[in-house]
Unconditional design. Structure first.
Length: 331
């Protein structure tokens, strides 16, 4: 059976296992399916596959019919494994021989990703051994017990290590998919997909902010005013005391509240916002690198280069060459 058409698009295969979580399955189609060039051409082809084509039980009160078999995995450029209700069963750490064979048949350069407890599959297949990974915080204890050779990080929404990507809870699958689209085609395309889905293009902090814990005192103000002020002043140095002053509180109290609300430190958050600003300017404008650095608040091209290298693994000029050039070519 021909699974993918020869259209030159990036091929994404989503594996629907018995008990597949419908939300996680659908967001892959929704997000990658919306990614388009400025001329409206689709950038991805997405298909759903199963180990055995036919009816597949879901976590809802109905089944879905899947036409494609494991051959889709062998042809894909990206393979995504959503979570399943079966991942919470006692034998979830064991890999079905048919699934093991299907994963073993992936091409060497295939990008592999899992949403939520789909990470259990990748871990059982040995794809996460010695790597940093994410999974739902409620499943973290079971994950660490079953797979002690995997570095499960409870503090992130998604993780990427050695070409293998994993996300935390179901909604973090949205963050993961946007991250992959952003890596493939730049922030402008990912932002447009996020806008069409009515979700933030980049969520702040990690999943620590979603842990079950006592609610903060409702009389305590949020850090929203400070963040709004910081974004309006991102082009210049922003001091912690200035952000705290927007909320009329001490720097110590502000930092604690910021971590509680956003899941990261004010300094780390500022760097993330500056990187996002720099990416947008590199993609959408012809501003010299020095001016981009100033507009994004890095001050100098050297400082921006260090931060982009740390966050994205590329220099500003290399990023612009990849994504600004790609945007022009698609017009």
């Amino acid at each position: 059976m021909v699974v993918f058409a020869g259209d030159g698009r990036h091929r994404v295969a989503v594996l629907a296992r018995d008990g597949v979580l419908l939300f996680e399955l659908s967001i892959v189609h929704r997000l990658f399916g919306q990614a388009r060039t400025p001329d409206g051409d689709a950038l991805y082809t997405v298909v759903t596959c199963a180990l055995v084509p036919g009816d597949v039980r879901t976590d809802a009160d109905f089944t879905i019919t899947v036409e494609h078999g494991p051959e889709a995995l062998a042809e894909a450029d990206t393979v995504l494994v959503p979570g399943s209700a079966a991942d919470h069963e006692p034998r979830a750490g064991y890999l079905d021989p048919a699934l093991a064979a299907a994963l073993a048949g992936l091409r060497p350069r295939t990008r592999i990703a899992a949403i939520c407890t789909g990470s259990f599959v990748l871990a059982a297949a040995g794809l996460l051994t010695g790597r940093r990974a994410a999974t739902h915080w409620r499943s973290s204890a079971a994950a660490r017990e079953r797979f002690p050779d995997v570095d499960f990080d409870l503090g992130v929404l998604y993780a990427e290590d050695g070409g293998v990507l994993t996300s935390a809870g179901a909604a973090a699958g949205i963050d993961l998919c946007l991250h992959m689209i952003r890596s493939d085609h730049g922030a402008a395309v990912a932002n447009e997909v996020a806008r069409g889905t009515v979700v933030p293009p980049h969520r702040e902090g990690g999943q620590a902010q979603y842990l079950d814990r006592p609610l903060p005192d409702p009389r305590i103000s949020s850090t929203g005013r400070a963040r709004e002020w910081a974004l309006a002043n991102l082009h210049r140095p922003v001091a912690l005391r200035e952000m705290a002053a927007q909320e009329s509180t001490s720097t110590r109290t502000f930092t604690r509240r910021f971590r509680e609300e956003i899941g990261t430190s004010p300094g780390r958050w500022l760097v993330q916002q500056r990187v996002q600003r720099a990416r947008a300017l590199l993609e959408r404008t012809d501003l010299p690198i020095d001016e981009v650095a100033v507009s994004a608040g890095f001050g100098t091209a050297g400082s921006m280069r260090l931060h982009l290298q740390a966050e994205l693994g590329v220099s500003p000029s290399a990023y612009r060459s990849t994504f600004r050039g790609r945007e022009r070519a698609s017009r």
